[in-house]
Design a protein. Structure first.
Length: 557
């Protein structure tokens, strides 16, 4: 690859790298993730610096991964032999190409897509961009093959001019960002090894995941000093089944689920309110009962889970909020179901049966304690279920485990059990009350002001990257007590989602997103804006890198 691009200007190199990367189908969960990792490694090995120092490129296999996916690492060492290091990181996987429909064959061919969209009159904005020649189309062009390309171009630059560096550059490219984040989670161990064995001190990690306009005619280029976290709160809902001819005596778990969803889904009151930040409310991702075939019995149980972004809040605080919401939802459900039943009896003139309308609400942790207090060996039960269902989809396996616990309850009382399932992403942000974080933000502001004058770009510094990103896993803000609310309410945490919490806390690396710019990530109209991404962005990242290394004594307090 180097022989094709070494005489090119930086912007041309970035475009050439982007086109080559886009042409490789690296859809999440496919062998393409391995193929693009191999291409990245081979590309790096073609650089003269790494031909002379091949041991400074290596790969790390993802443990127990059936596809053989791997992380790619490469380090450029400055002449000063300092240990201070900036991480450049990107993810190499993309979402699928099914949304391209009739032009799926061109999903990885930017020029063919540009020609198509030039004639595409159903979206004038897309057509205008295609006709301008300033946008590069294709699956992964924006999210985030162009990001890898920028980092490759900058690694090449610093490998040619290592004397500029008052420290080192560590490139890290990870698979599986679009799903379970297995790449970055595995890389945590490697980063700690580099810290302990090689003495590398990580000042910051620069991710260049995509940024996009937040409103029509938005002129800003957003730089984020952290990234949001994520919880997946789940609700196992057990009701009281009934024949359809006696339905008013039942407690329908779907009815309870719908009431919880009504109160949680897109409820801004449940979202954090952080001035100036794009803070998103919880969103329902799954809601269905457990009936597997048709009959005239109402459902016995239902599954429900939500995407819940966390910014500064702790897991403990979120659990307390959700318990409160669920208590209110179930109280109203109890009243409605009881009223329906009594109204029905009054209408048909029958005497009432003695029925309880009480719905119990509990966290998984409290429920396990309740079962164990009466001598039920919960860990034996969940371990057996885990052993028998090793290949089950992780979220469904968590429900299966909770369901097995509920089946131990001889009372068969209607109830809602709240717990957490994968994925969990910590939130990673700069705290202005911490000297290191305050100085790092100060350096960033100075550089952005300089680049704004130099390029006429309008930069805006924000705290939280509004989408999920691998940078979440580089730091952990929760205390041991706060994190227990997650672990204790997560069925079989150590087996299903063995996140190395202590290793993440030990790293404590700030995550800065200085991203490629474009539109429509995860859509078939995905496109990256070439003038900024291929020209301005590489210089901006270079400046930030050099300045942070130069000021490492201030930001490694």
């Amino acid at each position: 690859m180097y022989n094709k691009i070494y005489k090119m200007a930086t912007s041309e190199k970035v475009e050439a790298f982007t086109r080559a990367l886009v042409s490789i189908k690296s859809i999440n969960g496919t062998i393409g993730e391995v193929e693009v990792a191999n291409f990245i490694k081979e590309t790096l090995l073609s650089f003269p610096y790494f031909q002379q120092n091949p041991c400074q490129i290596w790969e790390q296999l993802i443990p127990n991964d059936p596809l053989g996916r791997k992380n790619i690492f490469a380090i450029v060492k400055g002449k000063s032999e300092k240990k201070e290091t900036i991480i450049f990181h990107s993810h190499l996987d993309t979402v699928g190409i099914e949304d391209f429909s009739s032009i799926k064959k061109d999903a990885l061919t930017p020029d063919a897509l540009e020609d198509f969209f030039k004639r595409y009159e159903f979206d004038k904005d897309v057509q205008k961009d295609a006709q301008s020649g300033e946008w590069l189309f294709g699956r992964g062009a924006l999210d985030m093959k162009s990001g890898i390309a920028v980092h490759l171009a900058n690694v090449l630059h610093f490998s040619e001019y290592p004397e500029e560096l008052a420290g080192n550059i560590l490139l890290m490219v990870n698979p599986d960002e679009e799903s379970q984040h297995k790449g970055i989670i595995s890389a945590i161990t490697e980063l700690n090894r580099l810290n302990e064995e090689d003495g590398l001190s990580f000042i910051a990690a620069i991710n260049d995941d995509f940024i996009t306009p937040l409103y029509d005619n938005d002129p800003h280029r957003y730089i984020y000093t952290g990234t949001a976290g994520k919880l997946l709160p789940c609700f196992y809902i057990y009701g009281r089944e009934a024949h359809v001819g006696d339905t008013l005596t039942g407690i329908d778990p779907n009815f309870i689920a719908s009431e919880i969803t009504r109160r949680v889904h897109n409820n801004l009151e449940l979202a954090e309110n952080i001035e100036g930040e794009l803070v998103l409310p919880p969103t329902c991702l799954y809601q269905r009962d457990t009936k597997e075939f048709y009959n005239v019995q109402t459902a016995t149980s239902s599954y429900l889970y939500f995407n819940y972004f966390i910014y500064k809040a702790t897991t403990k605080e979120i659990m307390e909020k959700l318990l409160g919401v669920t208590v209110d939802a179930c109280k109203e459900t109890e009243q409605v179901l009881k009223k329906h039943y009594l109204d029905f009896l009054e209408r048909i003139g029958l005497p009432p049966k003695t029925l309880s309308w009480n719905i119990e609400i509990t966290s998984l942790s409290d429920y396990i304690n309740e079962l164990e207090s009466i001598g039920i060996p919960t860990s034996e039960v969940t371990r057996k279920v885990l052993d028998e269902n090793k290949n089950m989809e992780p979220r469904m396996l968590c429900f299966k485990l909770v369901e097995a616990l509920q089946e131990l309850d001889s009372n068969k009382k209607p109830m809602v059990i709240i717990f957490f399932a994968p994925p969990y992403l910590p939130h990673n942000y700069l705290n202005p009350e911490i000297e290191r974080d305050a100085k790092l933000e100060e350096v960033l502001k100075e550089i952005l002001n300089e680049m704004a004058e130099e390029t006429n770009e309008k930069f805006l510094l924000k705290k939280f990257f509004p989408y999920l990103a691998d940078g979440s896993f580089l730091s952990l803000h929760e205390t041991d007590e706060e994190i227990l609310s997650l672990v204790n309410n997560f069925p079989e945490w150590d087996s299903i989602y063995p996140l190395p919490i202590n290793e993440i806390r030990n790293l404590n690396i700030p995550s800065i997103n200085i991203g490629v710019y474009g539109k429509d990530g995860h859509k078939w109209t995905e496109r990256v804006y070439k003038p900024y991404t291929f020209n301005v962005l590489p210089r901006l990242i270079q400046k930030v890198t050099l300045q942070l290394l130069k000021n490492s004594d201030k930001v490694l307090v």
